[in-house]
Design a protein around this ligand. Structure first.
Ligand code: SAM
Length: 193
């Protein structure tokens, strides 16, 4: 089975003026990405957040749904949120995966912008045939800064529709990208595979 992780990156990302910032948490992003990770059998979901006050908020939220009153109330959320881990940087997330899996992940950035050298979904799938873990990296705010891209080994080709507009929420982008990488087709599902 492929070993796949997600990262939701709050730093380094761009703001509207293309300055590098750390963004604030959006609670629904944590829930929705955790549910994507759980639905597709991913191995973990990293919340990358360096700001202390935001880290406390994230830690409280994860604990509330993992083991606190929220988890007791809604076991589906608890199960999904059990996959969440908080790190201060992308490097820390990659180190954690290396420690858990015994080898560093192939880190694959995502973006709405076409970049030269971007790789296809099938190219990502080929990398995991040899058992190397894969970390799919998502941005927040106005997207991953170049320095985050530089920390990744590859960049996935953007999701595009028929027109020019392709600025998806990170929740939609994560659902589509992980389904393209790991989802079964209708035909497979209908055949009970
Ligand atoms: N405030 C926005 C929200 O509500 O999610 C955050 C936008 S943030 C730039 C969205 C992230 O989703 C990007 O950094 C990227 O990881 C991913 N994303 C968005 N559109 C995409 C596309 N067309 N193709 C691939 N990834 C995309």
């Amino acid at each position: 089975l492929p070993v796949v992780f997600l990262a939701l990156t709050h730093h380094p990302v761009y703001n509207k003026n293309r300055e590098v910032i750390a963004s604030a948490l959006t609670t629904v992003d944590l829930h929705d990405l955790a549910r994507v990770a759980a639905t597709y059998g991913l191995d973990g979901f990293y919340v990358v957040q360096p700001l202390d006050d935001q880290r406390r908020l994230a830690a409280d939220m994860i604990a509330h749904w993992q083991s606190g009153p929220g988890g007791a109330y809604n076991r589906d959320r608890a199960e999904a949120m059990a996959l969440a881990r908080l790190t201060a940087s992308l490097a820390e997330a990659k180190d954690d995966i290396a420690r858990r899996c015994g080898r560093p992940p192939l880190a694959v950035a995502t973006t709405a912008i076409s970049r030269p050298g971007a790789i296809s979904y099938s190219a990502v799938r080929q990398t995991w045939t040899d058992g190397r873990p894969v970390l799919i990296v998502f941005g927040t705010a106005w997207g991953l800064a170049d320095q985050a891209m530089a920390e990744c080994d590859a960049c996935l080709a953007p999701i595009v529709g028929p027109g020019d507009y392709n600025h998806l929420s990170v929740r939609s982008a994560a659902g589509i990208i992980i389904d393209r990488l790991l989802g079964r087709s209708d035909d497979d599902a209908n055949q009970g595979r």
